[in-house]
Design a protein. Structure first.
Length: 340
């Protein structure tokens, strides 16, 4: 089978540390082009990926569209719409890192263009392939928790001294902060598990950074489940990574993989298990569901070759942004926002 030639736009944290590594490991894919205007990152790209062609600007990649089979957009969020639209207009299948755009309206224009032109497109909602999310899905399917009442998911860390990165140094309305960065994942995960959102309540604050570094959302799903989603850099005692509360028990994951937790007694039993089913004083470890982020690019390859649908439907990314738009309004006006 012929290798798919991939052009990667952006070689910062997302481009270098996530997408490039996944692409190098992906069967049937080869990273052939990297776009970066930064001399240091250009040198890193050449060192990390022998034989790669480094381009200074996205326009150079569009000009080379005939020698590329897939574009991956891993640049800052405020240029995702512009760059994704350009890729689509040049007939390039495209993966766009989350969030697809800064708001639902602009993101929808790209999705509409891709559909009109018949160009395959997907969005990198990679946290759907996290072990706790995959395992939570299996726990829900098993029915062991009974009717689920509430879902909690957290990205809480203790970083009293902020990192010096664009996410921390960029205002929320320009794509910075935790609402756009981490709630793009949290909201997507909640919708993936429990379906459409009926209402949104949010509390946002920028305490130690320019963008929001404290972000809490309460979602009421049409299914009746409530999701409580929290992202903060100012949690000296981070809460449990995942908690599913049902009439017959709970599913609990103590921490983000590789991070410290104040709930050490609920750390994973071993590498074969992820989280616990808990009923008061009774608990049992849950076998880890198979899968990982690499499965996303396996599915992308099938999408590009026309043998499978997108691993994440672009319209689903627009739906996430609709919720984030409502969250900003909720926090600004101090009200619960009903979605149609």
């Amino acid at each position: 089978m012929t290798e798919l030639r991939v052009g990667l736009v952006g070689y910062g944290m997302a481009g270098r540390d996530i997408h490039a590594q996944l692409l190098r490991a992906a069967p049937g894919m080869r990273l052939t082009h990297v776009v970066t205007g930064d001399a240091v990152r250009a040198a890193q790209a050449e060192e990390d990926n022998p034989g790669v062609r480094v381009l200074a600007a996205p326009a150079d990649l569009w000009s080379a569209a005939g020698s590329v089979d897939l574009a991956v957009i891993a640049s800052p969020g405020h240029v995702h719409v512009e760059q994704a639209r350009a890729a689509v207009e040049h007939g390039l299948p495209v993966v766009v890192d989350k969030p697809l755009g800064l708001d639902a309206e602009s993101a929808r224009t790209v999705v509409d263009s891709a559909r009109r032109l018949g160009v395959p497109m997907t969005v990198f909602q990679n946290r759907r392939w996290d072990s706790e999310h995959l395992t939570a899905r299996e726990v829900l399917s098993s029915g062991v928790l009974g009717d689920v009442v509430r879902y909690e998911a957290r990205f809480e860390r203790w970083r009293p001294v902020p990192k010096d990165r664009w996410r921390e140094n960029t205002p929320t309305d320009a794509g910075g902060g935790l609402l756009m960065d981490l709630h793009s994942h949290l909201v997507d995960g909640a919708i993936d598990l429990f379906g459409p959102v009926a209402s949104v309540y949010a509390e946002l604050a920028a305490v130690s950074t320019v963008g929001d570094d404290v972000a809490f959302l309460a979602l009421r799903h049409q299914s009746g489940v409530t999701s409580h989603l929290s992202a903060t850099s100012l949690a000296g005692a981070p809460g449990p990574r995942t908690r599913l509360l049902g009439r017959d028990g709970a599913y609990l994951v103590a921490a983000i993989t590789g991070e410290a937790t104040a709930y050490q007694e609920w750390a994973d039993a071993d590498d074969d298990h992820r989280g616990w089913v808990v009923r008061g004083e009774q608990s049992e470890p849950v076998r880890r569901a198979p899968g990982g982020w690499g499965d996303f690019y396996t599915a992308v390859a099938d999408m590009v070759r026309g043998s499978a649908p997108p691993p994440v439907e672009p319209t689903e990314a627009v739906t996430v942004l609709t919720v984030l738009d409502a969250a900003r309004r909720s926090a600004r006006e101090r009200m619960t926002v009903e979605l149609g």
